[in-house]
Design a protein around this ligand. Structure first.
Ligand SMILES: [Zn+2]
Ligand SMILES: [Zn+2]
Length: 631
């Protein structure tokens, strides 16, 4: 299917839609919006919309013209009559711009009805389109505030989406006869991932992160050398919510970018949480980031959420699809179809190609692939991780030994991903009676967990089913939430416990605070379950640091590190060497070229060499600012 301009889309709709049924055709981001005076006709004949969607190969939204909309008050009582009381409706709100009625309820299944019959009945009777919001089993401040931001700015957001749509389906100035990619960060390093993808027509950024463990200019992607014109970018794509992939996006909005940010809904919510937190930490530590919460709020309005496997045109010569990456909730492998059959690029983002408790393994089957850009965090020769089962057993043994000695176990974790993965491991042991001390959750873990429980459809099947059937494994007695006020009690208590605290690499936050208090007691254990970047405190401790200067009561004193320090491999959300090779072998169809990124220089280069040898790929590990011509 070739790329279409808006006028061609309009022509196709006019020629193929049922006579006289469409009164206006509009664009909202990549979606085509059709307005009709006869919404019940399209609800009753939903194959008509499907036929148009297949013809155009685009998502189509069908909406009533405003004249036919039922008055909201009246519609509200009609809806309350239609939906069974057992669904426990929490809220009903109308957005006149999108002709949508948001129904928030506890039992969404009952709202939907058999094959969506209840929803159809609502549309038929009121001409509003119902949108369902699940009330989260754990309240999330982030989700509430994002939903409010979007709801309050409905009119503005519609204008934004229309503008984005006009840009996507514009008349192209030039034919797509070359494609090139430039890493602006994240090549031969872990952190600040950012890739500029260009054709004669389009400029697109894939990821735009910060390196939290770095200082100075190497903290951010290098926009200077590429002479990047931020305000003329067409689109930004975010693979997942970790700051090394999305931490610098608010900067784009501060400096004039007013275009779309494509990602999954969980990515949008988690990235908001992490960006706001990074801004707060920067301010607290007198090392502010070059943007503020205001820029994050602006960014939220420009997010165009995509589901996995949903195909979306994003420029006149690029078509985007996100696939599950298995790394954290909502994480994506990015597939781009460029030009009319000219080139297909797959960007792995951070990828896990193996079993975890939370997520399915990464997708490896694509319509077409010529170039693969792949991460290599654990791509080094010796980065073979133990089996998951063995790692879980090792963790529980470390905990049981420490508890026997009446000590505390501190596990520094990323708030997003590792926390929930380790929580599911510990919940499993607790349920089977192998863990009987409290597990304290400090830092943003609770909030990140709340966001996880709001998107069960992105989690592994059996967790999803457990949540739907009323047993939420994230909300069990084993887990207790701690905040800055109750933290002291946990530290000073004589009782054994497990503490999960952020940040994961001990670059700041509660994990460092616990460490300072627990470090000198040999009964305690510090257990690492995630990647520790070069330069981070975590890495220095792994390397055997025995003493460090700290500030205490205004004086610098030496902190003796007597607690046990253990590293348990195998919990990583990243594919290890074996899985990366497995992914390269399995990916279908077989790419011609592989670019290795997101790894320490030696590891990236070694993996590239191995891939050239083993699979005869044209594989290399580019440096930042190397421009690689793909076509
Ligand atoms: Zn990541
Ligand atoms: Zn990463």
């Amino acid at each position: 299917m070739s790329f279409l301009e808006f006028k061609e889309i309009k022509k196709l709709v006019k020629e193929n839609a049922p006579e006289g049924k469409i009164s206006k055709i509009d664009l909202e981001g990549p979606k085509i919006v059709l307005y009709t005076d006869d919404l019940p006709f399209f609800i009753g004949n939903n194959n008509e919309v499907r036929r148009l969607a297949t013809l155009l190969k685009k998502r189509i939204l069908i909406r009533s013209t405003s004249a036919k909309l039922m008055d909201p008050e009246e519609a509200k009582s009609v809806i309350e009559d239609i939906i069974p009381a057992e669904a426990n409706i929490v809220n009903i709100a109308f957005d006149v711009n999108f002709r949508e009625v948001y129904i928030e309820a506890e039992k969404l299944g009952l709202v939907i009805g058999k094959q969506g019959m209840t929803l159809d009945e609502i549309s038929m009777k009121t001409n509003w389109i119902p949108k369902l919001l699940r009330s989260s089993p754990i309240e999330s401040d982030t989700i509430r505030s994002i939903r409010k931001t979007l709801y309050d700015s409905g009119e503005l957001r519609q204008k934004i989406l229309q503008k984005i749509g006009k840009n996507i389906y514009r008349k192209p100035n030039s034919e797509c006869d070359w494609v090139r990619v430039t890493p602006l960060g994240g090549a031969r390093e872990v952190g600040r991932s950012c890739f500029l993808l260009q054709t004669p027509e389009s400029d697109v950024l894939i990821d735009c992160g910060i390196n939290v463990a770095a200082s100075g200019t190497s903290k951010f992607p290098d926009f200077r050398a590429s002479k990047l014109a931020i305000d003329s970018l067409d689109a930004v794509i975010v693979s997942h919510a970790h700051l090394d992939h999305c931490g610098f996006i608010p900067y784009l909005f501060k400096y004039g970018y007013e275009g779309p940010v494509y990602c999954t809904e969980p990515t949008r919510d988690l990235m908001t949480l992490l960006q706001i937190d990074a801004i707060d930490i920067g301010e607290r530590e007198n090392n502010p980031l070059p943007f503020t919460a205001k820029d994050v709020r602006k960014l939220i309005r420009y997010v165009v959420p995509l589901e996995y496997n949903e195909v979306a045109d994003i420029t006149p010569d690029m078509r985007l699809t996100l696939y599950n990456a298995g790394h954290i909730i909502g994480s994506s492998v990015v597939h781009l179809h460029i030009g009319n059959g000219l080139h297909n690029l797959v960007y792995s983002g951070d990828v896990k190609f193996g079993d975890t408790r939370l997520l399915e393994a990464a997708n490896y089957d694509f319509p077409r692939v010529e170039t693969l850009i792949m991460e290599s965090t654990y791509g080094g020769r010796y980065d073979v991780q133990p089996k998951r089962k063995d790692s879980e057993r090792e963790l529980i043994h470390i905990i049981q030994d420490t508890v026997k000695n009446k000590g505390k176990v501190l596990i520094p974790v990323f708030s997003v991903g590792r926390s929930q993965e380790v929580m599911m491991v510990l919940e499993n042991y607790a349920r089977h009676g192998d863990l009987d001390v409290p597990v304290y959750l400090d830092g943003m873990i609770w909030e990140a967990t709340a966001i996880h429980t709001s998107y069960p459809e992105y989690l592994k099947k059996h967790i999803r089913h457990r949540i739907f059937s009323g047993y939420n494994p994230f909300v069990v007695d084993t887990f207790e939430r701690v905040n800055s006020k109750t933290r002291r009690g946990v530290i000073e208590s004589d009782a054994s416990c497990v503490i999960l605290a952020t940040s994961g690499m001990m670059t700041g936050g509660p994990s460092v605070e616990y460490f300072r208090r627990l470090a000198d007691d040999p009964k305690n254990t510090l257990a690492f379950v995630g990647y520790q970047a070069e330069g981070s405190l975590g890495r220095r401790l792994q390397n055997g640091l025995k003493e460090m200067p700290i500030e205490r009561d205004g004086k610098t004193v030496a902190l003796k590190i007597n607690m046990g320090v253990k590293t348990i491999d195998g919990f990583s959300g990243h594919a290890d060497r074996r899985q990366l090779l497995g992914y390269s072998k399995k990916i279908h169809p077989k790419p011609k070229r592989v670019l290795i990124v997101h790894g320490e220089a030696k590891k990236s280069m070694n993996l590239a060499l191995t891939l050239s040898d083993m699979f005869k790929f044209d594989a290399s590990a580019p440096q930042n600012l190397d421009t690689i011509r793909l076509v």
